[in-house]
Design a binder for this molecule. Sequence first.
Ligand SMILES: CC(C)(COP(=O)(O)OP(=O)(O)OC[C@H]1O[C@@H](n2cnc3c(N)ncnc32)[C@H](O)[C@@H]1OP(=O)(O)O)[C@@H](O)C(=O)NCCC(=O)NCCS
Length: 218
Amino acid sequence: MHNKLANNHLPPKPYMAGQGVPVRELHEGHRSEILKHLLQLGEDDRRLRFGTQTPDEVIHHYVEQLDFSRDAVFGVFDGNLKLIGMAHLAYLPEIKGEPHAAEFGVSVLPEGRAQGLGTALLQRSAVHSRNSNIQILYVHCLANNKAMMHLAQKAGMAVEYAYGDADAYLKLPPANPGSIVEEAANEQWADFDYALKENLKLAYQAWWWFLGRPVPAR
Ligand SMILES: CC(C)(COP(=O)(O)OP(=O)(O)OC[C@H]1O[C@@H](n2cnc3c(N)ncnc32)[C@H](O)[C@@H]1OP(=O)(O)O)[C@@H](O)C(=O)NCCC(=O)NCCS
């Protein structure tokens, strides 16, 4: 059974700032990072993420098919600029008379979990959806996905269960100046955070080069 105390063995939580987690919008140039991230998910996590067994070839195909001009993809990078968490916000085809909808899918690598990254990716996707005139945000997942169910309910999503699957959805209010500023502020913070990590990484590499030694893996 899930027990928060069981997380005591985990490293300190550098991202616990909640709203403060820097979430970047990803683009074409991140395709190989996204592929690397998804291929690192184990068998069980892939099943939870995609709802079925997902071999490497399917992941390759999924990543090749990502359309950054239509959908939105978000990511969180660790101190070594590794993509530690990512979310795909897929806009569903518009149906006349129906509310505009998008589907949210997310994954965080095991070493990044329970630090608020999944929550931050969901928050960022929700606010981006509002600002893109989306009225309903859906998450489709396996009903036994306790972590995702918890995350969805914490975000105020309604959950409906059927035949081992669960559909969580959130009715979003329209965009307002607050939601636009919130997204812009998070994007700026994420750009700043990324630039800082990039400079630190370069300085670290330069230091080892100066010592004439290979850069140790971090
Ligand atoms: C679901 C997932 C994205 C969560 O990522 P995360 O970064 O750990 O999420 P957060 O840290 O923001 O929040 C996780 C919450 O779930 C809780 N949780 C974790 N495992 C749980 C479990 N088995 N039962 C109940 N709650 C659980 C955590 O305590 C935390 O709650 P809190 O914020 O109230 O303390 C991650 O577990 C994952 O990538 N899973 C595999 C892929 C997947 O299932 N994707 C979702 C389907 S699209």
